[in-house]
Design a protein around this ligand. Structure first.
Ligand SMILES: C[S@@+](CC[C@H](N)C(=O)[O-])C[C@H]1O[C@@H](n2cnc3c(N)ncnc32)[C@H](O)[C@@H]1O
Length: 360
């Protein structure tokens, strides 16, 4: 079972729905790339080799309450419909079924309440851990996931084990940590991403496409593409430093902090490529880094604090309890205000990784 990291549900001021325009910017940037990919790489004749296709199955893995997902699904179904129209005819455009996947504790009620009325697909909820098979074998024609695959299924065990050389005492993430800690994160990522890709390989039809976009990192040097650097983990370090300040004031115990780590990993293209190639099930049609389009939306300390709160609150409450959350994010917003350089978009070096795979 993956640990529970669902985003804040509903549509209130602290909800993920109201604090995810940062992630939503990715859909705009990835749109022309995905449209082009559908036009060039989705082989309608191959998919329809058994005759007519009545139903076209699409799934979004890790959709949360759907607000960004709806934009992506609209764009993807339209592009596929146009492809069918140009290669076959309007009458041969299949019915689209979109499976919205997230963890069982996700707020699916908000998702279904918010579905756009003008959509040209039928929506189906698909609760469950996406590291496992969730759909029938060879049934899926197009898989999509955005801003989800940097979440690990769990914090690597060694990082939380005081007897392990990878014990991450005094930190809450791998940014700036010892190599053993980074290695433990990296191998957990390889395991999780491998499981995700294996599960989708079972579900996708031959010739089916998968478009994935998630935050990643860029290598520090061309000579050594296996060393990564990203500014993104330093945000988690900043949250960690607020927790340390609270420990000094006796608001939270140091032992509680030592046993907490963020289950997030920012891979880089070479590492990802190796994981994909190990499955032996996909052709890599495209793999590239995109400039993070959302960085201009989080230049205000409170907006940035709400953004991280919407994503991390569940995880933090699970470990520390709900009493510390308001204070933690107030402290975090104050820290951001005191360091305007962190808020400046030019200093945000985070990147998005885009990958397009075709099931062999
Ligand atoms: C940051 S949200 C991204 C939501 C949406 N795709 C977007 O672009 O705004 C990440 C989502 O991935 C989901 N998630 C994380 N691990 C998962 C897993 N193992 N199985 C299914 N969903 C998962 C979380 O519950 C969360 O809703």
């Amino acid at each position: 079972m993956a640990q529970s990291y669902v985003m804040i549900g509903g549509e209130g001021p602290l909800s993920y729905a109201k604090n995810s325009s940062y992630q939503g910017g990715v859909v705009d940037v990835a749109k022309p790339i995905i449209e082009e990919a559908i036009k060039q790489k989705l082989d309608i004749n191959e998919l329809c080799s058994n005759g007519l296709m009545n139903n076209f199955w699409i799934a979004d893995f890790g959709c949360s309450t759907g607000h960004n997902s709806f934009l992506a699904m609209q764009m993807i179904t339209r592009a596929i419909g146009e492809n069918f129209q140009s290669i076959r005819s309007v009458s041969q455009i299949p019915d689209f079924y979109v499976f919205f996947n997230d963890q069982v504790t996700n707020d699916f009620n908000t998702l279904f309440r918010s579905l756009p009325p003008e959509r040209h697909y039928r929506a189906i909820g698909l609760p469950g851990d996406y590291h496992r098979c969730l759909l029938p074998k060879a049934s899926l024609h197009f898989a999509y996931s955005s801003w989800a695959l940097h979440w690990l299924s769990q914090v690597p065990k060694a990082v939380e084990d005081p007897n392990s050389p990878a014990w991450n005492k005094g930190r809450v993430h791998y940014s700036g940590a010892r190599q053993e800690v980074v290695d433990a994160y990296s191998s957990q990522y390889a395991k999780d991403m491998g499981a995700f890709l294996e599960a989708r390989a079972q579900e996708l039809v031959s010739g089916g496409l998968m478009a994935l976009v998630f935050p990643g990192a860029i290598p520090t040097s061309v000579e050594n593409p296996n060393t990564s650097y990203s500014d993104v983990p330093s945000e988690t370090a900043l949250i960690g430093s607020c927790l340390m300040d609270m420990a000094k004031k006796g608001r939270v115990s140091q032992a509680k902090i030592d046993s907490f780590n963020f289950p997030i990993y920012f891979t880089f293209p070479e590492e990802l490529k190796a994981v994909i190639e190990r499955t032996g099930s996909y052709n890599i049609e495209r793999i590239e880094t995109l400039d993070n389009p959302g960085k201009h939306t989080l230049t205000n300390a409170n907006a940035r604090a709400s953004f991280y709160r919407a994503a991390f609150e569940g995880l933090l409450i699970d470990h520390f309890g709900c009493e510390i959350i308001d204070e933690l994010f107030d402290r975090y917003a104050h820290k951001l205000e005191a360091s305007p350089a962190v808020l400046h978009p030019d200093n945000d070096k985070s990147v998005m990784i885009f990958v397009l795979l075709k099931r062999i």
